[in-house]
Design a binder for this molecule. Sequence first.
Ligand code: SAM
Length: 482
Amino acid sequence: MLQLPEYSRVREFRVFLDACGYGTERLTQHLGRARPPTADEARQMFDDSREITVLNVLVRLFLLGAPVDKASVDAFLPDSVVRFCDDAGLLRTGDGIVNSQVVIIPVEDLLFVSDAFRVLGTDAARDFVLPASTHSANFLRLLTLRDAVGDTLDLGCGCGLHALFAARHSTRVIATDISPQAIAYTRFNAMLNDFGNVESLEGNLFEPVAGQRFDLIVSNPPFVIGPSESFVYRDNPLALDEFCKALVAEAPHYMREGAHLQMLCEWVEVEGETWKERVTGWVRGCDAWILHAAPLSPASYAEQRTADLSGESVNAGQTDDWIAYFDRHRVRAIHPGMLALRRRDGVNWLHVHNLPADVTRAAGTAVADGIAAVDFLEACDDEALLAATLGLADNLAAEQVRSGEDTVGVRLCLRDGLSTEADIDGAVAAFINLFDGERTVGGCVAEFAKVADADVDQLTADLLAIVRVFVSRGFLKPLDLA
Ligand SMILES: C[S@@+](CC[C@H](N)C(=O)[O-])C[C@H]1O[C@@H](n2cnc3c(N)ncnc32)[C@H](O)[C@@H]1O
């Protein structure tokens, strides 16, 4: 169990880790990665850390989770560091062998202590605190809006990944979690990374922050849908997607006007209801910008969720039980995505943005631009849109789409972190090329009609529909938003 030592001792430990090169840059150079290995990568990482150096002792203990003999630990780690690790519960020694109780994972220039994945194979699996290296956590981190804000809430903070990244652009962050161990890790990590503006509170959903309002709420909640209740960190404890629904329904009470909620989410498509109707039905008093990833069939979802996580056995039941659960609830598909809600009085909008590829770099600006684009479109009737001046996005790339020898169209791709794409034909490409930042939309429509020798009035409705889609996807930008 993690203990919280004095602040100064945690900071000394951090200085030591930094001095040894235990961080993203050096570990990536040294081992090709700065995270725990997958099962396939473990052997290589063992080989690459075989020479006994101080950095390799740290790698073996805190990334590989491998036992190291006490003599090597004593020879390479200062006494004060070993004492600190023992006192904090990071290391345990027995029979001349030192075992790490945690992983320490660098993410950019921060370090996060959490449970190691091997806990999933033990009796303590139910209360497992997720390491900072998971795909879902980093997906949300990369999508988070990074404008300076006053108060931020990280609900379901785990080891504090989102809370600490938000602490850089928030006056104050409150990190909450139902798990006392998660709260302990977040407190420890706030000290390890020297953030004095993060407060960690234990409790269910919004209970710890009753009566408070925030400018930004981030949450990577336990969204997994299925019959398993084995893991607090991932299994939605209510029927189907009810936990995410409760979070979405309650959130506006804790948001200031104009505040954002960004959360990962999975929701079901049940017989007789579209997925969009389901998720839209949850949202009250907020605009909703939904980043929608490819849905999964119940069978493939069940297979994924009962499979191993990072090489450790996950005791989440049998695939057949999951499929039967989905059948019982008439589930046709499971939809994953990120919801970005903005509290706003008035008539609210909902926009769905399809995610074509994985997110691998910061895309918070792309999310902000996406929301601003929908605001612009909502404020523009056709007349206003025709009078607006739009330009092509700076980071828009176009490539030819070929079928054999022939060019059959053009693929537009935005290099903005979301990799938004669209395949268009030559005529639409010619229309889009008219947006030179000088002509109004009406001017582009008129020019296109002239070149095509067509009646402008007949073309206008179709071309405006194209403009609206392209603005919403970020290919075309109103110049005052560009
Ligand atoms: C998927 S993990 C995310 C952890 C961390 N935020 C991250 O992204 O790595 C979900 C977290 O929600 C917490 N949690 C589960 N049920 C909760 C509840 N009812 N109220 C608050 N937090 C809860 C879990 O303990 C876990 O830490």
